[in-house]
Design a binder for this molecule. Sequence first.
Ligand SMILES: Cc1cc2nc3c(=O)[nH]c(=O)nc-3n(C[C@H](O)[C@H](O)[C@H](O)COP(=O)(O)OP(=O)(O)OC[C@H]3O[C@@H](n4cnc5c(N)ncnc54)[C@H](O)[C@@H]3O)c2cc1C
Length: 500
Amino acid sequence: MDDENFDVIIIGSGMGGLGAGLKLQSENPKLKTLILEQHNIPGGYVNGFKRKGYYFDSGAEGLVYCGEGQAFRMVLDKFGVDQEYISIDPVETMQFPNRKIIMHANGEKYISELIKNFPNEQDEIRSFFRVIESIQEEFLSVVKGKFDPSFRELIKIVLTCPTLRKYATKSFDYLLTKFITNVELRDILSVYCLWLGVSSKKIKATLAAVVFFSPYYQGHYYPKGGMLAFANNLAKAYTANGGEVRYKTKTKKIIIENGKAVGVQLEDETLIKGKWIVSNSDIQKTTFDLIGEEKLSEKYIEYISGLEKSVTGFAVFLGLDIHLDNYPSHIAYNIKAESYLERIAKGNYNPEEVLIRIPDKIDPSLRNEKGSALTFLTFAPYYLDETWGTSGEKDQKERYTEIKEKYTERLIQIAEKVIPDLSKHIVYKDSATPLTFERYTLNSQGAWYGVRKGQKRPKQQTPIKNLLLAGGNTQGAGVPSCFFSGIKAGERILKKLKKK
Ligand SMILES: Cc1cc2nc3c(=O)[nH]c(=O)nc-3n(C[C@H](O)[C@H](O)[C@H](O)COP(=O)(O)OP(=O)(O)OC[C@H]3O[C@@H](n4cnc5c(N)ncnc54)[C@H](O)[C@@H]3O)c2cc1C
């Protein structure tokens, strides 16, 4: 090995990697930590790009608990992350061929909107939201400014929070069907199950109440400058505290001696020593490529091999020659959450719905004078048409492009039901398949949310000594969740270092 020697090496600058780095450096600026990132920018799925003056987010599109004095914001402020947050209101406009529902970032206004659309269900709606509000209030009164409850706080929740306790083991589907009889309304209320890509049956009622319904009570936020600026600001705070990030630097192997991680080997064969390693890389990649099967027990290998990935998707990015000033920033067209998720789980992709995002409607600093930038998001299977034509017999590139174009046009057609004549105003067009997401983040199968929810997730401490995991593969998806998994990894390391 050469001379380079770090206290902690972090593989990947996704939310998990940056959370770990920020925790370590802000608690102990004397530590020598290094983040290795294969891409040329930080953030993983929290990212964006600019083309011909149009700005597009390439993954996450909103943040929860980032209002003044709220849990995630307080942590970011404490780490010195210099970031302004803009309120996203309405949170979403759900548009169907026969109705439109504006999901206001205000509980009472949102409830009124639902009652206006479903007058016969007024009492059911009010009863349902009373439970949601109680769970949220109880949770926030215990954890206060924090986000992740400690063991002591969990005990307090069990002892002092009656509504939370009552629904702690129940699914969100249970809560919905208990109060809401109208199936269409149930679908509308479960729209944010899409945030984790699984049905309301697989999601705890408490998680839905605290996270999915938080935008209506605590607000929903967009980082000024877009997700790219947010990721850059996290990386800036990390380096300002003494950390180092190396971009375009892919880790090839984790070096293990006597069952303990002692460093990494880069793609160009460079060796770097580290007392601790945190992997923010995909769990399968970490296990099979970075560690190597031969270093792990058969039981662990069997468990990791059996883990299913979460959903992935297809995205389209458009630059227009007009401004969409009369449209809201977040539009969900024709989304019927449960049937949509069922179709995708079966591997079908005949899109009839689309999420439309217009970032310059929230943040005027992103405005291009030529016109608006639009992003469409849909879930899509990884193995569609022989993995998007890449394993067929024809020329792969040609077939891949053909499939991409077919679905790009399909999504434009659907979006024209919301924005008439859209196709006449397109001056820039690009798209991302599951393979694009995989290439930019190294998440196997381009998984958007790490390991599929509903399985036993890998523990943060791997079977290898001094090797920890951080990010969506261990903690579960979502920007705050992945970031807090990084913080937890940092905390573990700081504790061990203190003991020495
Ligand atoms: C389309 C989309 C929309 C979303 N919307 C939201 C939203 O609105 N709100 C929200 O909270 N969440 C959202 N999410 C989820 C959220 O973005 C993710 O859960 C979270 O960002 C994942 O963070 P992570 O720590 O798992 O790291 P990842 O984002 O998976 O990043 C891992 C990083 O590690 C790097 N890396 C991997 N292997 C190596 C290696 N060997 N060497 C060097 N570098 C390596 C990768 O390049 C990457 O930068 C969305 C996700 C997607 C895809």
